[in-house]
Write a protein of this length. Sequence first.
Length: 370
Amino acid sequence: MKNLTLNRVPESTNQSLRAWSAADELLIDFLEEKNPESVTVYNDSFGYLAAHAAPRTVFLATDLKSQEKATLENFETNKLDSSCIIPISLLKKADKKAKIGLMKIPKSLDLFEMFLSHAAQNIYKTGFLACGFMTRNFTKQMLEIAGEYFEVVEQSLSKKKARLLILSKPKNVEKKVFINTITQEKGEIKQYFGVFSAKKIDYATQFLIENLEPPEIVETVLDLACGNGILAKEVAKEFPAAEYHLIDDSMLAIESAKLNVRGDNYHFYHNNNLEDLGSNTMDYIVCNPPFHVEYEIDISLPLRLFRAAEKKLKPEGKFQVVANTHLNYKPHLEKIFKMVKVVHDNDKFIVYSCFNAYPDKDKRWNEDAI
């Protein structure tokens, strides 16, 4: 195994979190044993698998822009030639197949199934797909889902509390449309497998929807970490002519949002930061931020979004965010925004309204807008 320096990108405030796990190490052992000329890599959080696979051809199948960026940055850190990386879409068949696939099994079993379907189409019939996981996260459903797409499903021995599922002989299954439809009183919401809260509108988002309090005048709206776009869709009921900007780290989330909101005034960005937007441009920002990286809680994720949102908000604008009560975001938000108010709370969730300036009755909004 190569002696490489792999970092979490962006850097986490939790120094105990590494950029790889024992499951990643097992996957690289498997790769070195087979030693193929090319490999397809799924769900490589920080580029550990791709970096160790180089200089082989690496077909990188990732949903998250943050994974792609982390991989490229870790290649640069280790002076590896990133030209061996060929990004491929999870929603399209690849131009070329690989003999070996490596996958870190995601927390979402829906996303796992989507990865398996893609791999079954894009790995040679004589090839193998190795799927790594920590034993504490194992469920029998993993075996059942794997068996739907591969004839042979085997397990490796456990090492450092990690194991591999080794899959071979991909089945010729009918191509599945990986879109869920969530039916609610106000209409349907569609989203691709693997997007947060696949079967229903999650309770935190619903709580924010019930407590949305936009400024009096709204011309520009940012749905930050937009998921399926339901927050933008709700705000648009009151402000249909506003310009809407929807951003998410997940490509599948962005493609889901496009299914739910349409029009020339909607703009979509597959990114994990706000570099595509100008400073002080947003009247209203809404957000139900992620705070997990797979099974790990990492509060540096929402804090990074809060700091970015503050820079994009107009002086008279408003940022509304919902959070689980145990996360206690208020002290963090107060370090970023000039004013932070609790709009509503219960035993599970809190909705905060945040401002870059104190209310001024002579301006176009006042304390009643809070």
